[in-house]
Design a protein around this ligand. Sequence first.
Ligand SMILES: *Cc1c(COP(=O)(O)O)cnc(C)c1O
Length: 421
Amino acid sequence: MDHFLYRDGALFAEDVPISEIAAAVGTPFYVYSTATLQRHFKLFDDALDGTDHLVCYAMKAASNQAILKTLAQAGAGMDVVSGGEYLRAKAAGVPGDKIVFSGVGKTADEIRTALTGGIRQFNVESEPEMQVINAVALDLGKVAPITIRVNPDVDAKTHAKIATGKSENKFGIPISRASEVYALAASLPGLEVIGIDVHIGSQLTELEPFELAYTKVAELTERLRSEGHNIRRLDLGGGLGIPYTRSNDAPPLPVEYGAMIQKTLGHLGCEIEIEPGRLIAGNAGLMVSSVIYVKSGEDRDFLILDGAMNDLIRPAMYEAHHDIVAVEEPAAGVEQRPYDIVGPVCETGDTFARQRNMPPLKSGDLIAFRSAGAYGAVMSSEYNTRPLIPEVLVNGDQFAVIRERPSFDEIINRDTIPGWL
Ligand SMILES: *Cc1c(COP(=O)(O)O)cnc(C)c1O
């Protein structure tokens, strides 16, 4: 369920008509629903009720500070994967002791930034990284809390580009080497080993791979404890999938995921952390675009939009499906026709959908991409010198622009011309 519904023949975001936002900010734009963000966070928080836990929103999914603040006020911590994300979370008012630092290539500068500003823990992904965290911590006269990310070698059964838990992936250390690596960590005076971290991929639509991984984490917890490590926190990563279509089988619910966590890990008495991103933000956002032209081709018709692959790259990058709907609700029984729905960028990859049935549309009509809240705005670029599109947050009957569309001057003036030209 989300808060983007038709009312009296028009698509709304909560209590605001999409057409009203479009008139105010122009298209294309992203729009997010506060109520949906809050609801999705609460589903996870409630799913772990009764267990000491923290839901750390994986902010790479959608990192506008207004979104971070909305979730932080609901009680979320943050999972960051770069120094920039760390600073952004801090700027949104998230305290360091609720920020977890993940990612396979943290630099010494990023580590220093986080240790100086305060950090809940680093999720360490390799021995060389462990040595650098130790060195930076000693240099600052601090002790860095760490977990070590283990790679459980399970098949997440998701798109290859977002599977992270197989031994051939670049992430974590092999679980078979855990004893050795934990012993090394324990010997380094700048580190305090507090737990284990695992994250096997994104858009998982079954619980089974999680359960396999978490069962291995449970065994590892007992083994490491018997080797003298005080394992007291388990970071279980993110990755629970969302329905991208209304018709297909729904992925497991957070409540089912939470019950499985309690079943596989509850007996260990550890504090549980989870890092959902997509499930919190994905269905909390739309990308709204206008039809520029309806073009009749030789064997097919095209809807050419003012939104493009640089604004929403998921279809081009992951062959991802987004439901695409007309903002003006089609009359009941109206005949739908197949279109290729494309952007204006000069690449055939700039295709959002092929032969998608749509109601009759004309130049200037508004359409909305559903499930665009996660890995949408954050992955956008200014390819073709197309300005980053605005982001808007709705809350009940109010809306606010939370990132402005830059002017062409701002974009063009970012270049500097060397003196010899
Ligand atoms: C991407 C990522 C997440 C979030 O994954 P979702 O599929 O968006 O829930 C969580 N933790 C880590 C380490 C990640 O890289």
